[in-house]
Design a protein around this ligand. Structure first.
Ligand SMILES: NC(=O)C1=CN([C@@H]2O[C@H](COP(=O)(O)OP(=O)(O)OC[C@H]3O[C@@H](n4cnc5c(N)ncnc54)[C@H](O)[C@@H]3O)[C@@H](O)[C@H]2O)C=CC1
Ligand SMILES: O=C(O)[C@@H]1CCC=N1
Length: 281
């Protein structure tokens, strides 16, 4: 069982309050995940732009919603979960409330920790994370990087915060745009493939629900084998691919349509878009 915030040896403790600033889709996943892991609702704060959104979060999670300056003043750890395009305005609003010992955790795609450092008091520790939506089922992949003033203890604390939501790894910040392209956006690619394969099942005459069940369970089975077998994906694919059989007929079509090249280009585009987000912010 993952250690909860109150467990002995935990870096997080009763003194820590975490504020999720801009609790939209990913911020809500984080709030929900922390609550599932046993984090006390009284040690969480959230902010939202629309009052209806704040009311919904309050009602569903029992979490106090407040304004940005208040959340930043009261929290020890401030998780920035607004879109990259909204980060500059947010920082302009809260920077006067940030003493240099407050830990800022950015979930924003593309934005380097230097973007925050430039807008916050000198020496403010910033940790950049890229997580993904499987946090909803505690199967997130979260990559964590330290900014210039973040210590090993800050990194360990952020790891502890995200570990209940799934796996965590540390990466150099220079890799974060690539991480965003692979695992941050990654769930969308799998959903797109599954959606297309369900349609293919319809084309082959299967009822939609049957097609969905077949493909979803196949995706789960393939994913668990990828994670647990220790085998290279090529080996796993070869085991399915009989000589002159059905699989190679499908694989030949995938190669003819350039699926491999499409994926390489797609992930490069995602990486480049992360860079653009930083340039435009
Ligand atoms: N959706 C995803 O799968 C992932 C998103 N991210 C990052 O998380 C961040 C949020 O993304 P989403 O949750 O998808 O977007 P979202 O649009 O659902 O959430 C952002 C929220 O911030 C609120 N907001 C904006 N400015 C605000 C302000 N000044 N004060 C209070 N609230 C404010 C918006 O009203 C919105 O509810 C982005 O930076 C994105 O790059 C990171 C990993 C995965
Ligand atoms: O699409 C986006 O920009 C965000 C970042 C990673 C996943 N969603």
């Amino acid at each position: 069982m993952t250690p909860g915030p109150a467990d002995e040896g935990s870096l997080m403790n009763e003194r820590h309050t975490v504020a999720v600033v801009g609790a939209g889709k990913i911020g809500e996943l984080m709030l929900a995940g922390l609550l599932r892991a046993g984090w006390p609702a009284g040690r969480l704060l959230a902010t939202a732009r629309r009052p209806e959104r704040a009311a919904a979060l309050r009602q569903q999670y029992g979490v106090e919603c407040t304004d940005n300056p208040d959340a930043v003043t009261r929290a020890d750890v401030v998780v920035v979960a607004v879109k990259p395009q909204d980060a500059d305005a947010l920082l302009a609003e809260v920077a006067p409330k940030v003493p240099a010992d407050k830990l800022i955790v950015s979930m924003c795609a593309g934005l380097p920790t230097g973007f925050f450092a430039d807008r916050l008091p000198a020496g403010t520790p910033v940790v950049r994370v890229m997580t993904n939506t499987p946090a909803l089922v505690d199967e997130a992949m979260t990559a964590i990087s330290a900014g210039a003033h973040a210590s090993g203890a800050h990194l360990a604390l952020v790891e502890e915060l995200f570990r209940p939501l799934g796996r965590t790894i540390r990466v150099p910040e220079s890799q974060q745009d690539a991480v965003t392209a692979l695992s941050g956006s990654g769930p969308a690619y799998f959903y797109l493939l599954v959606e297309a394969m369900i349609d293919a099942g319809i084309l082959l005459g299967l009822p939609r629900q049957v097609a969905r069940d077949l493909i979803v369970q196949t995706a789960i089975g393939a994913s668990v084998m990828l994670r647990d077998s220790g085998e290279h994906p090529v080996t796993l694919r070869e085991a399915v691919t009989s000589p002159a059989g059905t699989t190679i007929a499908a694989v030949a079509e995938l190669e003819r349509h350039g699926v491999r090249a499409a994926l390489l280009a797609a992930l490069e585009a995602a990486r480049d878009r992360a860079r653009e987000l930083a340039a435009d912010a």
